[in-house]
Design a protein around this ligand. Structure first.
Ligand code: SPV
Ligand code: MG
Length: 320
C-alpha cells in the first residue's frame, strides 16, 4: 500500500471549501509525490506557477539570499514572512513556509505560525535545531533541540490555528547532525504524537540511501516530505516506491537566478550590452508574465473614461 493511500485515511479530507491547507493536504495525499518548487519572491513564485508546479516552498535559504543575508537567522521572522506573503500572493498556489526553528521558543514559533496562516500560507515547516540555526548544508555544528522542547513547539503551533487543515510539518535534522537513523525515527514518532501532520526528513548525502532506510522503517505513519538537493539524481519512481508524499526542489530557482545574474553582469561589464541581449528575457516576456495586458483591459473597464457613469449622474434625483 502506498504512503499516500495510508495517509489519506489518517487525514480528514477537505470538504467543499478549499483552504490553502486543505489544498496542500490533497496534494500530499495524491497518487504521486507532490512536487513543491522553491520560491523566494513574487517573481520566482510567478515563474514557478507558470511552469505548472502545483505548490511552492517558501525557502528560508532563498528568501535570506534574496534579502542579501545568510540563512542563519540574520533576517528577522517578519522579514521572512513578508516575502513569503509575496510568494503566496503572486502564485495563488498552496505555499509551505519554511519556519526554520520557529525563531526561538514555543511562543515565537506559534506567533510565526499564526501569522503564516494569516498571510494565506498552506502550512509551516519547523526544524528541530537550536536558534540561531545554520543552513543544513553549512558546516558540522548542527545542534539538535531537546525532543520535549520541540514537541512543545509543535503542540503550541497546532493550538493557534484557525483552519485545522493548515499543515504543520516537523523537520528532522538528526541525519544532518550525524545523530543516526534510530534518533531520527525516535524524533519522528515523538513529533507525530505531539501533533505534526507530516515529517520532513532531511539528508545531505549524495545518494538517497539514508532517506530510504528511514522511509522503510517509518512505514507511512505520517506523510514524508524530502528535499533532494544533494541526492537530486534519484529517479522519481524511487520516491514513489518509498511512499514519499512530497518532494521539495528547495533552491534550484534561486541558484539558477544567481548564475544568470552573475553571467549577465560579468558579460555586460566585460563586453557591453549587445553581448547579453540575446540571452536575457525580453521586456515583452516580462510584461506578459506580469499581465500588463490585463491591466490595460481593466483600465478600459474601470478607468474614468470607461465607466460612463459621471456623464449620466445629475445633482438631483430625476423626477418621475
Ligand atoms: C531551505 O530551502 O531554506 C531549506 C532547505 O531549509 S535546505 O536549504 O535544503 O536545508
Ligand atoms: Mg531553510
Amino acid at each position: 500500500m502506498s504512503t499516500n493511500g495510508a495517509t489519506q485515511r489518517q487525514w480528514s479530507m477537505a470538504g467543499t471549501e478549499s483552504s490553502p491547507g486543505s489544498r496542500l493536504r490533497a496534494l500530499l495525499n495524491g497518487p504521486e509525490p507532490a512536487v513543491l518548487m522553491g520560491a523566494h519572491d513574487g517573481l520566482s513564485a510567478r515563474v514557478a506557477a507558470e511552469a505548472g508546479f502545483p505548490a511552492l516552498w517558501a525557502s528560508g535559504l532563498c528568501i535570506s539570499t534574496a534579502l542579501g543575508v545568510r540563512d542563519s537567522d540574520e533576517a528577522s521572522w517578519t522579514e521572512l514572512l513578508d516575502m513569503a506573503a509575496r510568494v503566496v500572493e503572486a502564485s495563488g498556489l498552496p505555499v509551505l513556509v519554511d519556519g526554520d526553528t520557529g525563531h526561538g521558543n514555543f511562543n515565537t514559533a506559534r506567533r510565526f505560525t499564526a501569522r503564516a496562516e494569516r498571510i494565506g500560507a498552506a502550512g509551516v515547516c519547523l526544524e528541530d535545531k537550536l536558534f540561531p540555526k545554520m543552513n543544513s548544508f553549512v558546516g558540522d555544528g548542527h545542534e539538535l533541540a531537546p525532543i520535549g522542547e520541540f514537541c512543545g513547539k509543535i503542540a503550541a503551533c497546532r493550538e493557534v490555528l484557525v483552519d485545522p487543515e493548515f499543515v504543520v510539518v516537523a523537520r528532522i535534522e538528526a541525519l544532518i547532525a550525524g545523530a543516526g537513523l534510530e534518533e531520527a525515527l525516535r524524533r519522528a514518532e515523538a513529533y507525530r504524537q505531539a501533533g505534526a501532520d507530516a515529517i520532513f526528513i532531511h539528508s545531505r548525502k549524495s545518494t538517497v540511501k539514508e532517506i530510504a532506510l528511514f522511509a522503510e522503517e517509518w512505514r507511512s505513519r505520517l506523510p514524508l516530505v524530502i528535499a533532494p538537493t544533494t541526492y537530486h539524481a534519484t529517479p522519481m519512481k524511487e520516491y514513489v516506491r518509498l511512499g514519499i508524499s512530497g518532494v521539495i526542489w528547495a533552491n534550484q530557482s534561486m541558484r539558477a537566478s544567481l548564475a544568470a545574474m552573475r553571467e549577465a553582469c560579468r558579460s555586460l561589464r566585460r563586453d557591453g550590452p549587445v553581448a547579453v541581449e540575446a540571452g536575457i528575457a525580453s521586456l515583452d516576456e516580462l510584461f506578459s508574465l506580469m499581465k500588463y495586458q490585463k491591466l490595460a483591459e481593466d483600465e478600459k473597464r474601470y478607468g474614468e473614461e470607461a465607466s460612463g457613469i459621471a456623464g449620466l449622474v445629475t445633482a438631483r434625483e430625476p423626477r418621475s
